[in-house]
Ligand binder design. Structure first.
Ligand code: SF4
Length: 298
């Protein structure tokens, strides 16, 4: 959520009866650090400081520094987003980390809980946080694999709206592809998964709101996603966008509401070597390209 200056009433009548205007702190920039998308205007210094410390602590997590493409990003619908990630392009923004922090907390709790269940059973029915290699250079850590049911389970801590749309339209293809990629990784490790499941945990709700989607494990879904990734890699090599940044425009986009979560979303800028404004630029870039004669490499 974007902070809005002036959205909070000014406080007057400070110490000693003198009129005093409360200083506004925008969590994230009063300590000389860059301001980030999602920063809220707060009027209390302690609130601002704690918010900043939460951000700073979050940025020290290994996952926050992870740039390599993993199973969770292979199925991203937007080629350009995947391309930025593929070449390790610096992030153009930093969104509010709280949802991810809460999700990490749930994942840790679930790992501990299923380890206790294994302890009660006296055997390792559940593989927990298992590292799998899908193919050389592409590996990841799956959440849970029930060896008895041969079912892979991936936790998704989401908001109420995502649960609603998932019930209505099914899960995002990116999540589905991720689960089948993990299935492929399990196969490579000698397992025989038969089903993939996405367990949508309502971040701000109750257990009664848990929604689970399942599908038979389908290796073809994973293979198709990997083919797309390889095609994009070939295209990136041909374009050499690091030497020719004007060619970023030749990498197609799939803009949508997901853009606001994209680390390269720069809504008011048109320099694609910095970030992408989403669909706003789609027309403008094609016009510029036409004017310049284009430089498309198919
Ligand atoms: S801002 Fe949107 S269109 Fe642009 S790269 Fe990110 S996801 Fe793709």
């Amino acid at each position: 959520m974007r902070g809005v200056r002036g959205a909070y009433p000014r406080r007057r009548g400070g110490v000693g009866g003198q009129a005093q205007t409360a200083r506004c702190y925008r969590a994230g920039n009063h300590m000389g650090l860059p301001r980030m998308r999602g920063d809220a205007v707060v009027t209390d210094p302690l609130t601002a400081q704690l918010a900043q410390l939460i951000r700073a602590g979050d940025q020290l997590r290994p996952r926050s520094r992870q740039k390599k493409i993993g199973p969770s990003s292979v199925g991203a619908p937007c080629d350009r987003r995947l391309a930025y990630q593929w070449i390790g392009h610096p992030h153009a923004n930093s969104s509010d980390p709280l949802a991810a922090i809460i999700g990490t907390g749930f994942h840790q709790w679930a790992a501990d809980a299923f380890a206790r269940l294994n302890g009660v059973l006296g055997r390792e029915r559940y593989l927990i946080e298992e590292q799998v290699t899908i193919r050389p250079g592409l590996s990841g850590t799956l959440d849970l694999y029930d060896q008895d049911a041969r079912r892979l389970i991936d936790w998704k801590c989401v908001g109420a709206n995502t649960i609603k749309t998932t019930k209505r339209d099914g899960p995002r293809p990116q999540y589905v592809i991720q689960s089948h990629l993990y299935g492929m990784g399990l196969e490579a490790a000698g397992h025989t998964p038969s089903e993939v499941a996405l367990a949508f945990v309502p971040r701000g709700g109750f257990l009664s709101g848990l929604h689970v989607w399942t599908a038979p494990y389908d290796r073809a879904v994973a293979e198709q996603a990997l083919t797309r990734l390889d095609d994009l890699a070939l295209k990136l090599t041909a374009l050499d966008v690091e030497t020719h940044p004007q060619r970023w425009v030749d990498i197609p986009i799939s803009p949508g509401h997901e853009c606001v979560f994209c680390p390269w979303y720069t809504p008011n800028r048109t320099d694609l070597s910095v970030g992408c404004p989403g669909d706003v630029l789609a027309d403008a870039t094609s016009r510029v390209q036409t004017k310049l004669g284009g430089e498309a490499i198919a």
